[in-house]
Design a protein around this ligand. Structure first.
Ligand SMILES: [Zn+2]
Length: 424
C-alpha cells in the first residue's frame, strides 16, 4: 500500500493530492502523479480566481522537482484550461509551480539560491540544467520578489552608477541605497531615457524625498537627476574622481615609458618579441606600484617608487598628484575642500597637460565634489557594489538578454536574498 502522504511530504507538496508514484522505465526517474486539492482546484493560472472549466488543455504535463536522493523527480498532472473572467481561457494554476513553467517552485528557489551563493558550474552540475535555464529561473524568482515588496520604498540617499559589460558593448544603470548598502534597482542602457525609467518607477512623490544622489559626472545622469530629483544634492562619486587621477597618471606613465632608454618594440633578427630593458623595464614593472594605495604597497613596490623618484622625477610628481587627490577624499569635509584647493593650484602649475586638464575638469564639477566632501556618503559602498556587479556580468555571460543579469544582481545584492525551499 503506497503511502502518498510520505510523497507529499518528500516533494514539499501543499494543497495537493498525490494519486500515485512510479518509476519511468525510459530514464529511471520517479514520476509523482498529483492533482490540486479541492481548495486549489480550478483556479486561473494568472490570478488564482476560481473559474469554470474551459477545455482539457494540453492534457498531462510534467514539472521537474527537486531530486529524491540521486534520482530525478517529476510531478505529473492534468492541465485543463479554465475560463477566467479577466484572463479568458487560461491553463489552470497548480500549487507546486509558477504559471507556465516546467520546474516546481522549490526547484526554482533552490536554483536561485545556488546561483547567488555558488558558482555557475556548481549550480548547473548539481541541478542538471543549462545555465540559460538558470537565467530564466532567477528572472521569475526575482519577478515574484518584485510583486511582493517594493525595493524603492523609503529611499533618501542613493548612488547611481553605470556598468559596462560584454566588453563594453552593453551597459547597465545601477542604483544603490547609501543607507542600507543594498542594490535597489538596475536597468539596461546608459541614456537619459534609460535613467528616466528608474524615476518613473520611483514616482514624483518619492523622487522629491531624495536628499542626496551620488553619481559619476556623466552629463546624462546630471541632467536627469536635476530634472527628476529637484530636492536632492548631487554629489560626485569620489571613486570616479580618484579614477580620473589614475587616468592622468597613466598618461604620464606612458610618456615616461616612451622616452625611457632600453625600449625595443621592434622584432629582432631572432624573431623574438621586443622586450623592455633598463629604464623602460623599471617603469613597466612599477605600473602596479603606481596604481596602488600607499598603504597596500609591498616592500618591493615601495622600492620601485623610490627608484622612480630618482630616475623620473616628473613621473613621481604625477604619482604624488594622484595620491593627493585620494587624500582629499580620505579627509573629507572642510579639510578635504582646503586640500582640494591646494591640490588644484599644484596641478595647474605641474606643467603636465594630463593634470592641468584634470584641474579644469575638477573645477567644472567643483560643486558636486564639494557636496560629496560634505555629505560623508560612503565611497567604498559604490565601489564594492560596482566590483561585485562586474563579477556578476561575467557569471551572467550566456544568459539571454539583460533581464537575467539584472535579476541575478538584485537577488545577490538586494535586500531580499533567495531562501532555500522548505526552511521558513
Ligand atoms: Zn485570471
Amino acid at each position: 500500500m503506497l503511502n502518498t502522504k510520505v510523497w507529499e511530504r518528500a516533494c514539499g507538496l501543499a494543497r495537493t493530492v498525490v494519486e500515485g508514484v512510479r518509476v519511468d522505465d525510459s530514464d529511471g526517474s520517479i514520476v509523482v502523479s498529483a492533482r490540486p486539492n479541492a481548495k486549489a482546484r480550478g483556479r486561473c493560472g494568472r490570478c488564482h480566481r476560481r473559474s469554470p472549466r474551459y477545455d482539457h488543455g494540453d492534457g498531462r504535463r510534467r514539472w521537474r522537482a527537486l531530486d529524491a536522493g540521486t534520482t530525478k523527480v517529476f510531478i505529473e498532472a492534468d492541465t485543463p484550461r479554465v475560463r477566467c473572467r479577466v484572463h479568458g481561457p487560461t491553463v489552470v494554476a497548480v500549487p507546486w509551480a509558477r504559471h507556465g513553467v516546467g520546474h516546481t517552485r522549490d526547484f526554482d528557489d533552490m536554483a536561485a539560491w545556488l546561483a547567488v551563493r555558488t558558482s555557475k558550474s556548481a549550480t548547473c552540475e548539481l541541478l542538471r540544467v543549462a545555465w540559460r535555464t538558470v537565467g530564466s529561473i532567477v528572472t521569475r524568482v526575482n519577478d515574484d520578489v518584485e510583486a511582493r515588496v517594493d525595493r524603492l520604498d523609503g529611499l533618501r540617499r542613493i548612488g547611481i552608477d553605470e556598468i559596462s559589460y560584454k566588453r563594453g558593448h552593453r551597459y547597465l544603470i545601477v542604483v544603490v541605497d547609501h543607507d542600507t548598502g543594498h542594490l535597489v534597482w538596475a536597468g539596461p542602457g546608459r541614456t537619459d531615457a534609460n535613467l528616466e525609467v528608474f524615476f518613473d518607477e520611483l514616482g514624483d512623490e518619492r523622487s522629491a524625498e531624495l536628499t542626496h544622489v551620488s553619481a559619476d559626472m556623466a552629463g546624462w545622469i546630471a541632467r536627469v537627476v536635476a530634472k527628476r530629483a529637484p530636492n536632492a544634492q548631487r554629489c560626485a562619486d569620489a571613486f570616479h574622481v580618484v579614477a580620473w587621477g589614475i587616468e592622468a597618471l597613466d598618461v604620464e606613465r606612458r610618456r615616461a615609458w616612451n622616452q625611457a632608454s632600453g625600449r625595443n618594440a621592434i622584432t629582432t633578427v631572432t624573431s623574438q618579441r621586443g622586450r623592455a630593458r633598463g629604464t623602460s623595464l623599471g617603469i613597466a614593472r612599477a605600473r602596479y606600484a603606481l596604481w596602488k594605495n600607499p598603504e597596500d604597497l609591498t616592500d618591493n613596490q615601495r622600492a620601485q617608487l623610490d627608484w622612480i623618484a630618482k630616475t623620473d622625477p616628473r613621473l613621481h610628481r604625477a604619482y604624488l598628484l594622484k595620491e593627493g587627490l585620494r587624500f582629499v577624499f580620505a579627509v573629507k569635509g572642510d579639510a578635504g575642500k582646503h586640500a582640494l584647493d591646494r591640490w588644484l593650484s599644484w596641478a595647474r602649475r605641474s606643467r603636465m597637460p594630463a593634470f592641468t586638464d584634470l584641474a579644469r575638469k575638477i573645477v567644472k564639477h567643483r560643486v558636486a565634489i564639494d557636496h560629496a566632501l560634505d555629505s560623508g556618503l560612503s565611497n567604498a559602498l559604490i565601489e564594492s557594489t560596482n566590483t561585485k556587479i562586474r563579477l556578476l556580468t561575467r557569471i551572467a555571460f550566456g544568459f539571454h538578454g539583460p533581464e537575467p543579469l539584472i535579476a541575478l544582481a538584485l537577488l545577490a545584492l538586494g535586500n531580499q536574498p533567495p531562501a532555500l525551499p522548505g526552511r521558513t
